[in-house]
Write a protein that binds this ligand. Structure first.
Ligand code: C5P
Length: 306
């Protein structure tokens, strides 16, 4: 095998609680991460040279050594120098700077893909350890599904998979938010000290475990993201988008990660489509374009494209 094509799904955070400042500058987190059926395509080809080449169809994505995909390939090349180089093509469907882990999932796909192309035989645990060197969300993106993530976000425990969770994903087209900015501002404003002292992660975990008919309703009521406390006051258009989605037939609405994406959980895909139509209708006279997707939860991480 000299080439392969992989699907790299996006994620949303159903829950993101900041529980501590770490001495390494990062934050201790309790997160519930959920893969969704919105994916980039990653094509990887073995080349006859030692070079790593990255191409992307999205003009805002750098293709040099600063791209996480390039770093993922370099990490494996440094560990296994005898296998030469690779050429990687990224076809972007996941919006950039969106809080949907698009770049992290692309990097996870490169680890999985090169492991297969070079027949390295790395286990999922070994791939996740390498992934943690690239970014906090990359280990999750390898296996995907519904996962509890703690530590920096790299300590993972699988949860019962949430199937057929209907979602509306909304992203202000011209607004990307830096994850580092969001966490640094949270720390600078001392927001950890002013939090409600009791965590409610146990409630959303119980709702996910219950798997009965009302669990999607319960999960939607328990959505939570600490980063909203810094992002919503700074970017009123995101707060406005959240209100717009709440005014619809949504079961629950939350910003994903550090934004700028806001998502709604809907009763079913028909309801999600009505919400999406309404958001599209509402913005006809407004200058700031919002991109809208109707999608659902996915039970896997990186997979073959077909
Ligand atoms: O790990 P990653 O490179 O994706 O993180 C991007 C930025 O987000 C970090 O530089 C850090 O500022 C912030 N971050 C954090 N605590 C975490 C994860 C990320 O402060 N647990």
């Amino acid at each position: 095998m000299s080439s392969l094509s992989l699907k790299a799904p996006a994620k949303v955070n159903l829950y993101l609680e900041i529980t501590g400042n770490r001495p390494d500058g990062y934050h201790d987190l309790v997160m519930v991460l959920q893969s969704i059926n919105l994916s980039d395509r990653i094509d990887i080809r073995i080349t006859g040279t030692d070079q790593i080449h990255v191409h992307c169809d999205h003009p805002e994505v750098p293709t040099d050594h600063t791209n996480l995909v390039h770093k993922a390939a370099k990490l494996l090349q440094n560990l296994y120098p005898d296998f030469g180089g690779v050429e990687i093509f990224i076809t972007k469907n996941i919006p950039v700077g969106a809080g949907l882990a698009g770049g992290s999932s692309d990097a996870a796909a490169v680890l999985v893909g090169i492991d297969r192309l070079w027949n390295l035989g790395l286990t999922q645990g070994e791939l996740q350890e390498l992934a943690a060197q690239l970014g906090s969300d990359v280990p999750f993106c390898i296996g995907g599904g519904t996962v509890l993530a703690v530590g920096r976000g790299e300590v993972l425990s699988p949860l019962p998979p949430l199937e057929n969770l209907a979602l509306v994903i909304c992203k202000p087209r011209n607004l990307g938010i830096s994850t580092a900015w969001a966490y640094n501002t949270f720390r600078a404003q001392g927001l950890l000290a002013t939090k409600t002292p009791h965590s409610h992660s146990s409630q959303i975990l119980a709702a996910i475990a219950s798997r009965d008919e009302s669990s999607h309703h319960q999960i939607a009521r328990l959505l939570y993201n600490d980063l909203e406390r810094v992002v919503l006051p700074t970017y009123p258009q995101i707060a406005e988008l959240k209100k717009q989605l709440q005014a619809q037939e949504s079961l629950g609405v939350l910003m994903s990660g550090s934004g700028s994406t806001v998502f709604a959980i809907a009763r079913n895909l028909e309801s999600a489509q009505r919400i999406a139509d309404s958001i599209n209708q509402d913005q006809q006279d407004k200058p700031d374009q919002i991109d809208v997707w109707v999608t659902s939860s996915a039970i896997n991480g990186i997979q073959d494209w077909n």
